[in-house]
Write a protein that binds this ligand. Structure first.
Ligand code: FES
Length: 148
């Protein structure tokens, strides 16, 4: 039923000694469907995260999201924010208020702790957080996105 990609991210710029699990959230337009496990998440030689776009077809549409859970408890979301080949944003899903992991709620991220809300692209909508979700560098081609 579910497939998880586990990687040793020791020395990773994203997370030390983290093990990576790929979990995808399918969305159509901006209305996400139930979360499913995803394959196609691997580690590059230089310890970055590679997300295969052929496996994660939901990222073909603007509003599509793939979340990647790391063994240190943090999570990354890769969001298709524009139609362009480079139209991806990678977000650290730790709330910028007190670090609780935010959860997708339709076309937004909602913090279960104190209610901060962020747009799908990470922009702050409502506090108490005072800043947007942190972004990771992203390089995209037509076949894959490299995070980190
Ligand atoms: S930790 Fe997210 S709103 Fe407080």
């Amino acid at each position: 039923m579910s497939e998880q990609a586990k990687l040793d991210l020791a020395k990773s710029p994203l997370s030390r000694r983290a093990v990576l699990c790929g979990v995808a959230v399918i969305s159509f337009g901006f209305i996400p469907e139930a979360a499913i496990a995803a394959g196609g998440v691997t580690q590059t030689k230089d310890k970055k995260i590679r997300v295969d776009l052929k496996v994660n077809k939901n990222l073909a549409k603007v509003g599509g999201v793939v979340t990647i859970d790391l063994s240190d408890g943090s999570s990354i979301a890769l969001v298709r924010t524009a139609k362009a080949v480079t139209g991806f944003t990678a977000l650290n899903l730790s709330c910028t208020h007190q670090g609780i992991t935010v959860q997708q709620n339709g076309n937004a991220w909602l913090c279960p702790a104190h209610g901060s809300q962020y747009a799908l692209n990470g922009k702050l909508i409502n506090g108490p957080a005072r800043s947007a979700l942190m972004k990771y560098p992203v390089k995209a081609t037509s076949s894959a996105v490299i995070i980190g």
